[in-house]
Design a protein around this ligand. Structure first.
Ligand code: TRP
Ligand code: SF4
Length: 326
């Protein structure tokens, strides 16, 4: 029996290459060795976007196009949308009854977000309960493994505590899911800060080759390399963090000494990078364009996946209601 994996992403729109190398690539790799459930966490988006929900549908569509074009395969994995499987909400309600508020209040992610509060008012019941909904997402499918980044570990710990408490109160229904830590170093954006949509420093999976080249050519390099004749250091060069991913090793072995003795200029060096990136991304970008032609593609896919997810969640909810003597 394969281990069951459940993971979700909030609909954030078009994905950048940092999302891809950080999360999506890992999901895609897991598809053959695990029984995978991947979903759009649109109800989770409501916890912070409740005042303006106008972007959620379009962000869902763009994100799922990226998922599938770059290799998530609905024939291998159950790919669905949280809000199309109402059992998430029913289980959330039941789990909310047994979750002490103190567990939620001491959650470091919660405290951090409240402190960094922007214009939005996050002092809501739903935002405090974010980890309860996440626990419901995971144990609703009796997942045994959850691929998450470091930032989500506290949430997963709460999930395990909630599952344990449920089993203790009502009898053993849920396995305690384990984190599959995916520690990929954060990609740097064009300006040397972490690649992030809100910084406007990202290269998107769906950018054209021209857009990609333009961005790469504008990318920061070694700040100490002011003139063409100055020797550089790839270890402190912002662009070079992408070279390591996209440029083949034999080419890197040429570039590194050439940078250090100033026999290659940054313009030429970044042109090589842009070429390698575009070559690698081209087939998936072409596939994305094909998929996007059909306006119903994402809706159909998510409806079908959500039906498949519901078959599992339905039987688990039957067990839950039985355990509760309802
Ligand atoms: N909280 C996750 C994030 O912000 C998204 C998410 C929601 C999730 N439900 C989940 C991830 C269940 C893993 C499993 O990235
Ligand atoms: Fe970076 Fe290449 Fe310029 Fe060296 S030559 S600083 S590796 S872009």
């Amino acid at each position: 029996m394969k281990q069951r994996v459940v993971s979700g992403m909030r609909p954030s729109g078009r994905l950048h290459i940092g999302h891809y190398h950080g999360v999506l690539e890992n999901w895609i790799r897991m598809q053959d060795s695990y029984d995978c459930f991947f979903f759009v966490a649109d109800w989770h988006s409501l916890t912070t976007e409740y005042a303006d929900t106008s972007g959620i549908a379009e962000s869902t569509r763009e994100m799922v196009l990226d998922w599938v074009a770059f290799g998530l395969d609905p024939a291998k994995s159950v790919v669905f949308r949280q809000s199309l499987v109402p059992h998430h909400s029913e289980l959330n309600l039941i789990l909310s009854m047994i979750t002490p508020v103190s567990w939620l209040e001491r959650n470091p992610t919660y405290k951090e977000m409240l402190d960094n509060i922007d214009q939005r008012d996050l002092s809501t019941f739903g935002f405090l309960g974010y980890p309860v909904l996440m626990a419901a997402d995971i144990i609703l499918y009796k997942a045994t493994r959850v691929p998450v980044g470091h930032d989500q570990l506290p949430h997963l710990e709460i999930t395990r505590e909630i599952a344990r408490r449920f089993n203790h109160l009502y009898g053993s229904v849920f396995p305690e899911p384990e984190a599959l830590l995916t520690e990929t170093p954060k990609l740097l954006g064009l300006d040397g800060r972490k690649m992030s949509k809100s910084y406007g420093n990202s290269i998107y999976l769906s950018d054209t080759a021209e857009e990609t080249s333009k961005k790469v050519m504008a990318m920061m390099t070694d700040p100490a390399r002011v003139r063409r004749a100055d020797p550089g250091d790839p270890d402190v060069c912002v662009a070079f963090n992408l070279h390591r991913i996209y440029v083949p090793q034999d080419k890197l072995d040429e570039i590194i000494p050439a940078c250090r003795n100033a026999s290659i200029g940054c313009v030429e060096c970044k042109r090589i990078l842009a070429g390698c990136m575009n070559e690698r991304l081209a087939p998936c970008r072409a596939k994305r364009e094909e998929l996007a032609v059909n306006p119903a593609f994402v809706d159909d896919l998510l409806r079908d996946g959500s039906q498949r997810a519901s078959m599992i969640s339905d039987s688990v909810m039957t067990e839950v209601r039985t355990a509760l003597k309802f």
